[in-house]
Design a protein. Sequence first.
Length: 124
Amino acid sequence: MAMKLVVAIVQNEDADDLIDGLTAAHYGATRLASTGGFLRQGNTTIIVGIPDEAVQNVLTIVAQHSQSRRQTVTNPFPDSTAIPRKSGNPLEQFIDQSVAGKTPEIQTGRATVFVLNLDRYERV
């Protein structure tokens, strides 16, 4: 039987509901504490080993139990001069607001999901 490993990185606020949704659908999941790179804040990584045919159902559950939020952040780049400034850089507005003394607000994503092929899956 072909298997997949779904790795979903979600905001901490969504983790309990997502675990509940996966459990209600009879999917076992492992929850890991993790930290995001850009905001350097805690989040949760949930891993699920499933048959190939269950991937879309699990992705639907992740989408239903994760939400985007607006979040005020402090500048994670105190020395913004070290960041290359070029047109189209998505961090440019964020950096400009931070340097100007404003506290920028960003839209966070709902979830980041990776679906990987599994060579082997066992429950022992």
